[in-house]
Design a protein around this ligand. Sequence first.
Ligand code: DLZ
Ligand code: SF4
Length: 509
Amino acid sequence: MCTLRMVLGDQLSLSIASLQACDLKKDVVFMCEVYQEATYVKHHKKKIAFIFSAMRHFAETLRKKGYQVDYVTLDDPDNTGDFTSEVARAITRHSPHTVVTTFPGEYRVLSLMESWGEKFSLPVHILQDDRFFCDLERFNTWAHGRKQLRMEYFYREMRKQHNILMTADGPTGGKWNFDSDNRKKPPKGTTAPDTYRNKPDATTKAVLKLVEERFGDHFGDLEPFHFAVTRRQALQALKQFIEQRLNNFGDYQDAMLSEDPWMYHAHIALYLNVGLLNPKECIDAATDALERNLAPINAVEGFIRQILGWREYVRGIYWLKMPKYATENFFKHDKPLPDFFWHGKTELNCLKQSILNTKVNAYAHHIQRLMVLGNFLLLIGASPKAISDWYLLVYADAFEWVEMPNVLGMALYADGGILASKPYISGGAYINKMSNYCKDCRYKVSIKTGEDACPFNYLYWNFLLVHKKKLEKNPRMAMMYRTLEKMPATQRKAIKNDAKKFIDFCALD
Ligand code: DLZ
Ligand code: SF4
């Protein structure tokens, strides 16, 4: 009798726990493309194609290495469409004595796995996912008894524990964090070296056809499709970033340009999150670039903080706080998403650019996601659940463990401050400072109220007025409330009127 070893679509690593004790002669590796996973939120077409193609390539790699792989494709006529019934069919085919899985990236999938033992009268082992620097027990120990769970302190512990960017005297370069160097505006005419582009092979072409046929009504452009779908290609994408863009990654990390959706960012989160790359090799590549003087410390530290600090930290928060975290709604917001989030036809140029980038690429960089899209949705009072679902489905790198704390905690402050020390809100001036969007916008960023005013301006002050009770005691908000106090009553009234009109208009759109 064999062991059935399950590998999910975001577990495409040869070192994944469920494969670690595999008996090549006896055991069966089980993978399945299922309708329910692609549609419980209607994922971006490009994201589905990426996952299916990467899964098929991974199955092929396993076969070449001698594994016995049972792979169910989406168009298999017997495919029942969900994990539980596909595992049931696989058990009928192979009569295993045990099912082995790796801890998944979603609470919903963990609950399914936990029901299988009883359902199938078989032992089901859910092994820890050891592809992270910090296991969940270690995170919980760090979090235990702390009033505030700030990423910065967690990150410093990770740096020390794993001896990354450390010298005998302390952090490399004398500081833990070089973010203050990372907010430069790119000089006119800046063009960053292009992102990695891979040509679809026959496997990917078959997947693209399948996705168009079965998920044609989902959000997003399927083609051009140029993501890496194998480990070899993902390593190439990492190398290209390290050699061509890392040097400027820090300086222009927060900059947004209409003509360049990719900028100097890495665009490797999707590969890390499905397991084609592992976090350690990405960090090693960056420290190596620092040692070879290919990139400065502010770039290397900023990149490493995302992987060693932020990524590990949000995963810890997700598993510590679920399932309650999914329902957090500190501001009691309940508005639907404006329709233009699905097509990008809006006169607010910053939103138009960020949504269209998302639609074409299943990608937008972090400051578009945070300062433009998240900021706007928070200011208009859209429902955190609707927003979280949107982010989960539109971005190729979004899996719930990483998406949910970023959206509910960081972008929306829906958790009331577990993750962030204050809501991340801004008026138009900051968007203007970091982008070239405003010069081509129908609205005027310098005007505060009225027909031509940038909506971010009055929405920002309106938000502070509406949520005064919840926010005025926060010391980091004190300055804004002092400014608000000094505002003439007529101006406050104009702000409220403009905001109401605009928010009503968004609901109609
Ligand atoms: C996101 C996704 C999609 C679109 N399709 C599949 C699939 O067909 N098979 C699969 O194993 N996983 C898929 N995933 C990922 C899951 O929805 C889910 O996020 C992870 O299994 C959690 O670890
Ligand atoms: Fe966005 Fe306002 Fe600038 Fe227009 S003026 S692009 S709405 S920030």
